[in-house]
Design a protein around this ligand. Structure first.
Ligand code: PMV
Length: 354
């Protein structure tokens, strides 16, 4: 197949890890397995137009560079280009057509750009899906299973956690002996049945600090090399994933809360005990955590928090207590959010093509 030009559009959601990925080996191989809920509302929508480059253009002119223009919310975005260039370099061995085309990448998020919500997972997943659509157009015989697996593998090479934003509501990334099909190379949909308690699970994201992070997750992952607690932490992630396998089956929310909150605090404990050490939580992050603990104690409502590599708090709770939890958030937590901002989300299904 020889295709002159075309255009695809995919949206891909963000995801929130329950067992955290923190620490990696070469080629974006995770130091431990992780599992996440796929989100629904927080997503990146990316259009990818492609056109064959003029065959008279000598290849040397490209000087190892890929040929692409990048637009973010309709405006040229020069400062993201090196990241995309690096991503394309990494995946060129998997997509031999990349140097044959000129690309126009047009991308936008459904959440505010400076919200402190990591857009790398949704952004890299959306781009990977589009690139796989070209690959599929060139190789129409490929199966759906192969399409999604390879899309997740490509997304991983853009940003590790992006491989969990491709397909499925609960996604595991990283080798775990007792999870069928799990792999360090791509995310897989959690293979077992999941208890109804987790059906349409809610995630309300409290925007505590929208500023640029002082320490990027790339630097954070790196600091897990020579970290005094790394080996124990990596083993613990396997143990916590084991616990979650049982919890997803039993629907035991008390146990769920213990694992999820402990994972969040351990992630930040790793940051605080690396050299150099750093703290990404803000005073209001702790205020929110304490208020959630008090509310849970007072009401017995199974609501908990998790954190990613930043100050924002993800409030997790089953659908049947939404009304009470949302009231609590409005009454007691919104005051700790920057400009009172929060985003209501829930479990979603993964990337979609338009
Ligand atoms: O995908 P990265 O390199 O941005 O790392 C993400 C790390 C955490 O969000 C903190 C944890 C996770 O598993 O998503």
């Amino acid at each position: 197949h020889n295709i002159e030009s075309g255009e695809f559009q995919w949206s891909a959601p963000s995801n929130i890890a329950l067992v955290k990925y923190w620490g990696k080996k070469d080629n974006q191989i995770p130091a431990n397995p992780s599992v996440s809920f796929t989100l629904n509302n927080c997503k990146t929508i990316t259009t990818l137009a492609f056109a064959k480059k003029d065959s008279s253009t000598p290849l040397t002119i490209t000087n190892g560079k890929f040929s692409f223009d990048l637009f973010f919310e309709g405006k040229p975005k020069e400062d993201f280009k090196p990241k995309i260039q690096k991503f394309l370099e990494r995946i060129e061995i998997y997509l031999p057509f990349l140097k044959e085309y000129h690309f126009t990448i047009d991308t936008q998020n459904t959440f505010p750009h400076s919200s402190g919500i990591a857009s790398s997972a949704s952004g890299m997943a959306a781009l990977a899906m589009n690139l796989m659509s070209i690959e599929k157009a060139l190789n129409p015989e490929m199966t759906d299973a192969y399409f999604y697996q390879k899309a997740s593998l490509l997304a991983r090479l853009g940003s590790g956690s992006a491989c969990r934003s491709v397909k499925g509501q609960v996604v595991v990334w990283g080798n775990q002996a007792n999870i069928e099909g799990s792999s360090d190379l791509y995310g897989v949909e959690f293979p077992n049945a999941i208890h109804d308690n987790f059906k349409n699970f809610q995630d309300t994201i409290l925007l505590v600090d929208k500023g640029e992070k002082q320490v990027s997750s790339t630097v954070g992952h790196d600091l897990m090399h020579n970290h005094p607690y790394a080996e124990r932490r990596f083993a613990q992630a396997h143990e916590n994933l084991d616990k979650l396998i049982a919890i997803f089956e039993s629907g035991n929310l008390e146990e769920f809360i213990k694992v999820v909150e402990s994972e969040a605090l351990t992630l930040h404990a790793m940051m605080m005990t690396s050299m150099p050490y750093f703290i990404l939580m803000k005073p209001n992050t702790l205020q929110i955590i304490n208020a959630i603990w008090k509310f849970r104690n007072d009401t017995n409502i199974p609501v908990c928090f998790t954190l990613d590599a930043g100050a924002n708090v993800h409030v997790l709770y089953p659908e049947n207590v939404s009304k009470k939890v949302l009231q609590f958030i409005k009454d007691e937590l919104v005051g700790f959010c920057q400009n009172g901002q929060y985003i209501c989300d829930h479990i979603g299904n993964g990337a979609l093509s338009n």
